[in-house]
Ligand binder design. Structure first.
Ligand SMILES: C[S@@+](CC[C@H](N)C(=O)[O-])C[C@H]1O[C@@H](n2cnc3c(N)ncnc32)[C@H](O)[C@@H]1O
Length: 363
């Protein structure tokens, strides 16, 4: 008899098979990329898909329509029982395959591209992207950020090998040069692991959309979102790694960084924990905090809270997300943990939570 755990395991194997299948198809015949893109665009360009991708229906894989290019998608191994088993994002003039929210938390690859879109816009507006000859995308996920740039070198670094497999699929799908887009397994808490540069970069820009959701305990949030109790653990790890890395570069190399994140703090005084931590590490004169124009949190697929918002209200909203916690009893348990986390923040004077960009001149 197949138990629930067995069937989950079978699902995981099927998903990995589908990724292997797409990767092999694209590697064997890169010319297929265009045909695949057209098929995926035909699905993702419909109002039905848009509706699915922005609401709670996305808790389950998308049900294909008879007008969709079903045969080709089946050939690619991307469908099961009439459902499309990945998520398609049309983003930054490119096409991305990634996991849907239904994939189990410990290995899920980040489904959403709205955060990357904000980061890309900010990097362009700053003028820093244009000046960089090397972009480091830390916590790259499926490649939403790095694959949207076309500088001489883009490095995509992530702790999750599954994310890197998607990044490689997306590089092939968008017909991008393998010499310029390099994918590496890297836990940012152990520093930046990069191959030796063939030619010395003049200007390095680190971009990061690392996990930043405040999280009371391990396992309550997916790997792609758990930012520790304050939400800033991985941003701080990235800054430490970048500081060490920049000391290894020849003097005169320009090193800059833009990190997207949430931060607890105090809206009345304008003091934010992430900005303070960055100031302590690099010197406050090197750090700027910019509030993001987007609303604070994506709950059930949509953003809806003012930025900033009171910390207790924001943390309870995270706990109430039915996409992340579909089971009612589980939501109650998670809500209890978030209430205790909110109380701990309030005790430290962190009355609010904000969403924005940390802009850093490292060297
Ligand atoms: C919020 S997702 C963003 C993914 C991608 N940047 C995007 O915008 O679509 C955060 C990513 O950070 C990765 N990550 C989590 N912990 C990490 C770590 N310690 N070192 C490097 N990457 C990590 C996750 O696997 C995930 O891909």
């Amino acid at each position: 008899m197949i138990t629930i755990d067995d069937s989950r395991e079978l699902d995981t194997h099927r998903r990995q098979d589908a990724m292997g299948h797409v990767l092999a198809s694209l590697r064997d015949a890169p010319r297929r990329a265009r045909m695949f893109r057209e098929a995926l665009e035909a699905v993702a360009g419909t109002r039905r898909y848009l509706h699915w991708s922005q609401g709670t229906g996305q808790s389950e894989p998308y049900v294909l329509d008879s007008d969709d290019p079903v045969d080709l998608l089946y050939q690619l191994g991307l469908c099961q029982s009439g459902r499309f088993m990945m998520r398609i994002n049309q983003h930054a003039s490119r096409l991305f395959l990634t996991d849907g929210v239904w994939v189990p938390k410990p290995s899920r690859v980040f489904p959403f591209c709205d955060e990357s879109a904000s980061l890309i816009d900010f990097a362009h507006e700053s003028g820093w992207a244009r000046q960089a000859d090397c972009i480091l995308d830390v916590g790259s996920g499926c490649g939403h950020t790095a694959l949207a740039f076309d500088r001489p070198r883009q490095f995509l670094l992530d702790i999750n090998p599954r994310a890197l497999a998607y990044a490689e699929i997306n590089r092939l799908l968008n017909e991008l040069d393998p010499q310029r887009y390099l994918v590496r397994l890297n836990d940012i808490r152990s520093g930046l692991v990069l191959p030796a540069f063939e030619s010395r970069p003049n200007s390095v820009l680190l971009l990061a959309n690392l996990p930043f959701a405040p999280c009371p305990a391990r396992g309550l949030m997916p790997l792609d979102s758990d930012g520790g109790p304050s939400g800033i653990d991985l941003q701080v790890a990235a800054l430490r790694a970048l500081k060490t890395f920049s000391r290894q570069l020849p003097s005169g190399t320009r090193v800059r960084a833009i990190l997207l994140g949430l931060s607890p703090g105090n809206a009345a005084t304008g003091s934010w924990l992430l900005e303070q931590a960055a100031g302590l590490l690099l010197g406050p004169e090197r750090v700027e905090w910019h509030r993001c124009n987007d609303q604070l949190l994506r709950i059930d697929g949509r953003r809806g809270l003012p930025n900033p918002s009171p910390v207790d209200k924001a943390l309870l909203a995270i706990a109430g997300c039915t996409l992340e916690n579909p089971d009612r009893a589980q939501r109650r348990r998670v809500a209890g943990a978030y209430e205790r986390l909110a109380a701990a923040h309030l005790k430290k004077g962190h009355t609010d939570l904000t969403y924005g960009f940390l802009k850093l001149r490292v060297a």
